[in-house]
Design a protein around this ligand. Sequence first.
Ligand SMILES: NC(=O)c1ccc[n+]([C@@H]2O[C@H](COP(=O)([O-])OP(=O)(O)OC[C@H]3O[C@@H](n4cnc5c(N)ncnc54)[C@H](OP(=O)(O)O)[C@@H]3O)[C@@H](O)[C@H]2O)c1
Length: 429
Amino acid sequence: MPIPIIVQGVQDGLSSIPHAYSVLKVAPWVLLLAALKYYFGGARNSSERVMHSKVVMVTGGTSGIGASVVHELASRGAQVILLTQHAPSDIFLVEYIEDLRKSTGNQLIYAEQVDLTSLHSIRTFATKWIDNVPPRRLDMLILCAGSSTPSSAPRRVTSDGLDEEWQMNYLSNFHLLSILSPALRVQPPHRDVRVIFTTCASYIGAKLDLTSIDTAPILSTESDPKPKATSKKSKSKKPTASTPKKSGGSLFASSKLSLMVFAHAFQQHLNAYKRPDGQPPCTRVLVVDPGFSRTPGTRRWLTGGSLWGLLFYMMTWPFWWLVLKSPQQGAQSILYAAMEARFGRGTGGWMIKECQEVDFARREITDEKVAKQLWEFSEKQVEVMEMEGAMRRALANKEKGNEEGQTAPTASGTKEQTPGSRRSRKTNK
Ligand SMILES: NC(=O)c1ccc[n+]([C@@H]2O[C@H](COP(=O)([O-])OP(=O)(O)OC[C@H]3O[C@@H](n4cnc5c(N)ncnc54)[C@H](OP(=O)(O)O)[C@@H]3O)[C@@H](O)[C@H]2O)c1
């Protein structure tokens, strides 16, 4: 079809082809748009790896970039364990897994309930995992869950009383890996085990001052672990004794920088372990910046969580379509980190961006002193918050017990009978 038109254009001139001048005027713009779209789409992963029999644990695998990663790995035959905040009986989760199993032709996709905003939930899952005898196989841990609060929205507080961004993006990963560390170290030496953290370019401008960072009450007064005054403006999921002050947009960046410092320190911690079989460590840590993508999380951030924001987003959608990656494009660097063969060797601790290894842009990430400070600080924060959480749960159980105690037993000490029940009819005879 185009060849006869071109021939006609050459023989009879452009004016003989209807709309030829209009098409020629528009063509460069279409080409420019296509070139920009290709450029902003980022690098494509070209590495492949046999994923059959590999056990991959994923946080944040139910939406955005994480969901794309899960789809790709499951399509290649990996056994996927989704760590999600939803109960396994949740109808949306059940449907999501069924769809995933159908579309990937892989039945080995499961979910475990782990609410990353609850240290107790993480501990319950992780201790159950490491208590398994013999130790369970684990080939990969991909940490894609994240939270970013729009700067115009009130700060959200977790059930542990910490800022949601801090706990979700950093502390939950610290807590999960601290408990799962033995499960990683016990994997056989020939196994290529990878832990993949996701970060964001905002870490480059982040502040990491542990004495002033405003994530929770204990941070600003290390000697006094008691909660500070509650901010009335804060919107908490559950009312807690302590609510962090609004700290601007910087806490997200600080949590990502902290995550990277921890990722590097975690690799050193794994490398320092002397295996009983004398073999070198088999777990490598990788930090991936997926690039800005059109995910539910980004949309929430761009719209500021408001209807006006949503309207603005919809009106400017063509711009975001052009400059932001799709979730599938955002997943490419993570897939590269998961499948590139050379990351199965060496001492680990690499950073990946646009499907290539890059240097860390902040020297604190490799600074042992900063890592030690952060590690001790995080351990203390987890310890204090878990202790407070345990006390809250014990108190709630006691109150519940008291309420049941008041209603359940009858004066004779026997169980109260439900009117009309078989037992009550028998007694009344
Ligand atoms: N998108 C970007 O532009 C971009 C850029 C740079 C870096 N990153 C990083 O890439 C990662 C993925 O980003 P994304 O935009 O794809 O994320 P997203 O769309 O916001 O998805 C967040 C994921 O976290 C899960 N999650 C939320 N709260 C949870 C909780 N309490 N417990 C367990 N899971 C919870 C969500 O599960 P539900 O589905 O159940 O809510 C969801 O699967 C993040 O670490 C992010 O910081 C993203």
